[in-house]
Design a protein around this ligand. Structure first.
Ligand code: NAD
Length: 444
């Protein structure tokens, strides 16, 4: 009995030891596998770092191998998606190369200004015709320029020669929405200016000139900036006084096709003087008369662009009405000089800026026809345009007296530069849709 008991105890002890050893083995092997797992995880970032440090070509090879493995193990769909993605990347790379090629390596010369003289100047509508010429002058003077534009009628091409310059910034923004930037001066030019453009969306034109102007005046008040509002000779409507002095209150049809622009600008002026009176904002108001020059939109439907484009293509030059309506045309560099002089002056009432040399539309058609070499265009009359002002010529006594400004560029010189510009525009375009501008009736 005792012997049997001792034998049994020995057997249990042996099994106990074996069980203990098995347990130890299991624990050990589990720990070992945990260590392996951890060290593998720990290695992942190291692998990433090494991969990112690889030269570009090597990375691509690795990626290609990985891609091939994925493709091997995946369906035709994946292959197709990958192919599409590759061709898209190719397209984007080509586009980037073209865009990089368009950014000029060398900028026009810019004056250096110390921090006391250098101003931060906001130009709304700075990618448009007048705005882009103003931007050029401000930049070459050495100021920091911020252009705000929604590209409704403006084009990046007008200011692309400044892209990347440390003094230049471009903001794609619609001024109907508030804008928060810092500025010492604001030139508020944003608004479509040619009749076909402003009539295309009359409600938007009114919003731009009212809400947009409120936003800009509010900004000027907040940051203490001086603001110049680009108004227009259209505030005089179809004038009963000739030539038009600033004291003339105008003759505008408030519900006619031009009202969205004419009345919009009249409200813009009222807003400017309300902010000046109530909020002490420093305002300047320029009543701009017909201006022309390079960078005018080829299809904007204004008389200069219409006539030149028609003459360059030997198409009929269309005169709406009897052709006895008058206009006076100011070259864009003269206008820009006037805007700068007005901003710099202490004169706060509206100022007419335009060229007082007056021509009938009929005469003007002949002047352009004769100045385009080899032009075989006929000049033909067409039905009159509703609410077309019959006489327009600025009285620039105020500008002469307070700004010491008057236009310098002769009609012949200005037209030559403009014709050269349009010639180049035409040669750039292989396809030109005549309908776009031929149907835009206006003598603006
Ligand atoms: N050129 C003229 O003969 C003439 C005559 C009288 C008044 N003006 C005034 O001068 C200013 C400039 O005229 P322009 O001939 O250069 O015209 P434009 O159409 O070439 O330029 C106007 C610019 O304003 C931008 N713009 C329009 N609506 C905008 C909005 N809601 N937000 C942001 N940007 C907007 C356009 O994209 C464009 O770049 C206008 O205010 C116009 O009323 C011009």
């Amino acid at each position: 009995m005792i012997r049997q008991y001792l034998k049994l105890r020995k057997t249990f002890t042996v099994f106990g030891i074996l069980f203990f050893l098995l347990l130890l083995f299991l624990i050990f092997s589990k720990e070992n596998s945990g260590v392996n797992q951890r060290s593998f995880d720990d290695n992942i970032p190291k692998i990433n770092v090494q991969f990112n440090d690889l030269p570009k070509a090597e990375k691509f090879t690795k990626l290609n191998i990985m891609e091939e493995k994925i493709v091997d193990s995946n369906s035709e769909d994946t292959k197709r998606e990958l192919k599409e993605a590759r061709s898209r990347i190719d397209q984007l790379e080509k586009k980037i190369a073209i865009l990089e090629g368009r950014v000029p390596q060398k900028y026009p010369d810019v004056k250096f200004l110390g921090y006391k003289e250098r101003k931060r100047i906001l130009v709304t509508g700075g990618a448009g015709f007048v705005g882009s010429h103003l931007v050029d002058v401000l930049m070459t003077q050495g100021h920091e320029v911020i252009v705000v534009d929604n590209f409704f009628t403006g084009r990046k091409r007008n200011v692309e020669h400044w892209f990347g310059h440390r003094n230049f910034e471009m903001i794609h923004h619609d001024i109907v929405n508030p804008l928060y930037v810092e500025a010492d001066e604001i030139y508020h030019l944003a608004s479509p200016a040619s009749p076909p453009h402003y009539m295309q969306n009359p409600v938007k034109t009114i919003k731009t000139n009212t809400l947009g102007t409120i936003n800009m005046l509010g900004l000027a008040r907040r940051v203490g900036a001086k603001i110049l509002i680009a108004s227009t000779s259209e505030v005089y409507g179809d004038p009963m006084v000739h030539p038009q002095p600033e004291s003339y209150w105008g003759h505008v049809n408030p519900i006619g096709p031009r009202a969205c622009y004419d009345e919009g600008k009249r409200v813009a002026e009222t807003l400017a003087y309300s902010y000046a009176k109530q909020e002490k904002v420093s305002v300047r108001v320029a009543r701009i008369f017909n201006t022309y020059g390079p960078r005018m939109h080829v299809s904007d439907g204004r008389v200069v662009s219409n006539f030149i484009m028609q003459a360059l293509q030997n198409l009929t030059i269309t005169v709406y009405g009897n052709g006895q309506q008058t206009r006076s045309f100011c070259y864009v560099s003269d206008l820009v000089d006037g805007l700068l002089a007005l901003m710099a002056s202490s004169y706060t009432l509206p100022v007419n800026l335009g060229n007082p040399v007056e021509n009938t539309i009929q005469e003007f058609a002949m002047i352009i026809k004769n100045q385009v070499p080899g032009c075989r265009s006929m000049v033909a009359k067409s039905a009159p345009v509703e609410d077309d002002p019959q006489r327009r010529r600025p009285d620039i006594t105020v500008a002469k007296q307070h700004l010491h400004w008057e236009p310098k560029v002769s009609l012949q010189d200005g037209l030559q530069r403009t014709i050269d510009y349009f010639k180049e525009e035409l040669s750039r375009t292989t396809f030109y849709n005549n309908q776009t501008y031929m149907n835009m009736k206006s003598h603006n």
